[in-house]
Design a protein around this ligand. Structure first.
Ligand code: PAF
Length: 286
């Protein structure tokens, strides 16, 4: 695996592989502290292209002033080892100056309206603008044919798809199913903030989503009531819920009993971690 820290090094490495190997370039952007969910993205990337590029960049633009930018785990050596074992060809690990040479204040921004304003966007103002700005920069730097993102970040994936479509970006965006621990807990770098006891409690988030899905599948159509009950239940498991909502998959608008393609999305604080999860499912056509 070739490790590149600068845009120039990366472009040269990708150009050489394009010359020698041909085929597609598949790209997996990450913030590092890799777990099996990320490695699954690398495995899927292999199915999409003959060159697999991964980036590790803890993007300061997507963190709010009181968030965990400084404490976000930076584990480049261990990450490189895992990526190399997974057969990643090129790792791009720039520093903030390489991506934002003029600082954040004068950086041109990419903003996806509406989709980015609710759910995590409401709780984390500016977060998705930070994500879409860095992802479009990374797309321009790497120029991949395909980019892969985890479905755990369902809203992020929807926003990136919309950005790519609206801005006529010449690449395909692929969503990859969430990888879960045996308990059902979605793998996330932020699980590392949980104590052993909290790790056990944390699976209640996924189990709560499963229960809501089962109730909807059994015919319950008062989604709001279901979510209120579920929030109360989450609180009894030690969570401070941020949001819990049943939405339409297509545009993330609040779903009602006539909608069939649904996604239940949740975010909740547990100890030092803010966890998110979702379940997307389809009801039989009404
Ligand atoms: O999902 C993430 O890890 C980040 O939001 C991303 C897409 C790498 C942008 O910084």
């Amino acid at each position: 695996m070739i490790l590149c820290h600068t845009i120039a090094e990366l472009r040269a490495a990708i150009a050489e592989r394009r010359r020698n190997e041909g085929g597609k370039v598949a790209f997996v952007p990450t913030m590092g502290n890799l777990h099996s969910g990320h490695i699954q993205l690398i495995h899927e990337a292999h199915k999409e292209g003959s060159t697999v590029v991964c980036s590790i960049f803890v993007n300061p633009m997507q963190f709010g002033p009181n968030e965990d930018l400084d404490s976000y785990p930076r584990t480049l050596d261990a990450d490189s080892q895992q990526l190399s074992e997974a057969g990643c060809h090129i790792l791009f690990a720039p520093n903030a100056n390489e991506i934002y040479p003029n600082g954040l204040d004068s950086q041109t921004q990419v903003n996806v309206p509406e989709l980015g304003e609710e759910l995590c966007g409401a709780a984390r103002p500016g977060h998705f603008t930070g994500v879409t700005t860095v992802v479009s920069k990374l797309f321009n730097i790497v120029q991949p044919d395909v980019a892969l993102f985890g479905q755990k970040d369902f809203q992020q994936l929807a926003i990136i798809r919309k950005m790519a479509q609206d801005l006529c970006m010449p690449l395909e965006i692929k969503g990859v199913p969430t990888v879960r621990a045996e308990s059902g807990l979605a793998l996330s770098s932020r699980n590392g903030y949980l104590t052993q006891e909290e790790l056990t409690q944390a699976s209640a988030l996924y189990q709560t989503l499963v229960k809501i899905r089962q109730s909807i599948e059994a015919g319950e159509s008062d989604f709001d009531k279901l979510c209120q009950q579920a929030k109360t239940e989450l609180s009894t498991h030690g969570f401070t819920p941020d949001y819990l909502s049943v939405r339409r998959q297509s545009d993330l608008k609040i779903a009602d009993a006539n909608d069939c393609q649904l996604v239940i999305l949740a975010a909740a604080h547990l100890g030092k971690a803010r966890l998110i999860d979702n379940i997307a499912f389809a009801l039989n056509q009404k």
